[in-house]
Design a protein around this ligand. Structure first.
Ligand SMILES: [Zn+2]
Length: 238
């Protein structure tokens, strides 16, 4: 049983180490996801602006078509003016021409506005794309570093898992079951040190008689408060 206790202590130590490595790895994976999210965020901003640009170009195109139609109208009306015989008709067509010219001027003004909006947006997009390239480069570098760390952690986890298997093989199945259950119920910590009459898992005082039996080390003793298996370090020194 003394050997079981020693193995359990080793198992607990290595499992906590692996838990820590796994936690570290998860943190790094979250870092990678966060970096990828940053890039995706900038990409979708640029995509939205490109959509806006396409809409502006379309509006501009429609305005240009209206302008061309209006210019044709004016030209036709001006030809007609030359052939008109009556004063009344002349006035009517003249009025049409001046209305059309006003409309044409408005269209030209609107087109100029669209062009300046388009230019501004294009500049905006170019700036965004430049930022994106810098960000992507930066992220690629960071991801590479993080990926290296992750690989190192994975190698350490594999190595520790091999050591763990060896320790686990030396323990009876019933002890392993109890250990596994306690790990689930007690946030990963199933085996704790008892010191100066206290359980270091829950910091509660142990009954003196129970504490004394720990010195014999001939059975697995649970803390009556947190049910973790108690381990006495002193016994190793003896
Ligand atoms: Zn306890």
């Amino acid at each position: 049983m003394r050997k079981n206790l020693k193995l359990l202590g080793e198992l607990q130590e290595i499992d906590l180490k692996v838990d820590g490595l796994r936690g570290e790895k998860e943190g790094l994976l979250a870092e990678v996801a966060n970096l990828e999210q940053q890039v995706a965020g900038v990409q979708s901003e640029i995509a939205a602006k490109n959509g806006e640009l396409a809409a502006l170009e379309e509006e501009r195109q429609r305005l240009e078509e209206s302008l061309a139609a209006e210019t044709d109208n004016i030209a036709r009306s001006e030809v007609r003016l030359k052939e008109i015989k009556t004063q009344k008709e002349y006035q009517a067509v003249s009025k049409e021409v001046s209305t059309a010219k006003k409309l044409k001027a408005e269209l030209e003004e609107q087109i100029l506005q669209k062009i300046s909006q388009i230019e501004e947006l294009k500049g905006d997009i170019a700036g965004g794309e430049e930022n994106l390239r810098a960000l992507e480069e930066n992220v690629a570098g960071q991801k590479g570093e993080v990926q290296n760390k992750i690989e190192q952690l994975e190698a350490a986890i594999v190595a520790d898992t091999t050591v763990r298997e060896a320790a686990a093989k030396g323990l009876p199945a019933s002890v392993m079951r109890r250990y596994g259950l306690l790990r689930e119920q007690r946030r990963g910590i199933a085996v704790v040190e008892a010191k100066d009459g206290y359980c270091l898992g829950c910091n509660m005082q142990l009954p003196p008689q129970l504490y004394n039996t720990l010195f014999r080390g001939d059975e697995l003793i649970a803390c009556p408060h947190c049910q973790r298996v108690l381990l006495l370090r002193q016994e190793e020194k003896e």
